[in-house]
Structures are given as C-alpha cells and as structure tokens.
Design a protein around this ligand. Structure first.
Ligand code: 5GP
Length: 193
C-alpha cells in the first residue's frame, strides 16, 4: 500500500535492534485517516471471506482494529495480557513472547467472546517473528473458531513470522513489507507487492 510506505519513509524511525518506530502515526499518536484507508484495503483483500469478528491484542492493535472493523461492520475483541491468570475455565489462554519487551505474557480471551461460530480476521500493527499472531491463532482455534486471515500494517520481511504463518496455509496480508532497514543511514527498502 503506497500511502503507508510513503508515510513510513517520511515519519518512521529506524532504531537499533531492527525496531521500526512509527509512534507518530500508528503506535502512540494514531492517524485515523490513514487507518481508514488501511481498513478499505483490508476489506478489498479479504472481500471473499465471510468475517464476523476481528481479533487483536492490546495495546497497539486496538485502535487500528477498531477503525478497520468499521469496514467489515463487525465487533472487535482484543486479547488481554494477563498479570495473574485465573484458570477457572472462563478464559482461553496462550503464551506470547513479546518482540519489543523480550518477555513472555499470558494472554487471555473470555470464552464469552469467541466461539465455534466465529470467522475471525486477526489484525496487528507489526509482524516480526510471528509470536503474537501465532498466539492469537491459538486462541481462535482453542475456541473451535476459524481463522479467515491475518491483516498486518507493517511486516518486517527479514524476520521469519510472515513465512512461518504463510507456510501454515494462512492468508497473511501485510500493507507494507520492509525488506531491509538500516539504523545508521535510516534507509528503508520495501518488498514489491
Ligand atoms: P512478533 O510477535 O511478530 O515477533 O512481534 C509482533 C509484535 O511486536 C507486535 O504486536 C508489535 O507490537 C511488536 N513489534 C515487533 N517489531 C516491532 C517494530 O519494529 N516496531 C514496533 N513499533 N513494534 C514492533
């Protein structure tokens, strides 16, 4: 998606450790017009899928998922990072290792909000090693629901997540795929798609 690539080139900041900062328009301050265009694009890319729910993970996926959901006219559920887990059977649980914080979180979704009737689009801001999305897929499948696809704003194509998920047969659509980036020069190269 050209508009997103241009914005990343203009306002994205390449940090050490292969981290791309996009906090002026996605992760902290949010450009809702850009999110709206992203919603239109995901609606086009998943036009043949019968999606009735969007699942994301707190915190930075939530704003994006809500604007995207307006194009699908479906509710958004966000998985919560739990501090202490109450394993009383009311929650689906999984573990996700955070790329940015280098720690493992227990992540939960209430059984009230995911069921075998659900056809789910997973949305997240970044795809790096794929742990976050793999955990969300796990939650959906624990509920007996169907993953219809995965929509990502920015995929770091030089990390393994995208390949791993596509090899499992998932339809993963990333609106910008960073092929390489250099924190010394600030150069960002996108994959042609
Ligand atoms: P993964 O689980 O695929 O390794 O990492 C995805 C998660 O880590 C995303 O939810 C995102 O919040 C965070 N993340 C991974 N790489 C980056 C990055 O380069 N920049 C930012 N801002 N977040 C990232």
């Amino acid at each position: 998606m050209r508009l997103l690539e241009e914005r990343i080139r203009k306002d994205g900041v390449v940090k050490e450790g292969q981290v791309l900062k996009v906090d002026s328009f996605i992760n902290h301050q949010m450009d809702i017009h850009l999110f709206n265009e992203m919603g239109k694009e995901f609606k086009r890319l998943f036009a043949d899928k019968n999606i009735n729910k969007i699942l994301t993970i707190e915190a930075s996926g939530i704003g994006l998922a809500c604007i995207i959901a307006q194009h699908f006219d479906v509710p958004v559920v966000f998985a919560k990072k739990a501090k202490s887990i109450n394993l009383d059977g009311e929650m689906y649980c999984t573990k996700i290792e955070s790329f940015t914080h280098k720690r493992v979180y227990d992540v939960i979704v209430s059984k009230k909000f995911l069921s075998e009737d659900d056809h789910v689009l997973i949305i997240d801001d970044f795809l790096a090693n794929g742990c976050a999305v793999a955990g969300l897929v796990d939650l959906v499948r624990s509920a007996g629901a169907t993953v219809e696809g995965v929509g990502i704003a920015v995929e770091k194509g030089f990390q393994q997540g995208g390949q791993l998920l596509r090899d499992k047969g998932l339809q993963v659509e990333s609106l910008a795929i960073v092929e390489s980036m250099n924190h010394e020069t600030g150069e960002i190269v996108f994959r042609e798609q």
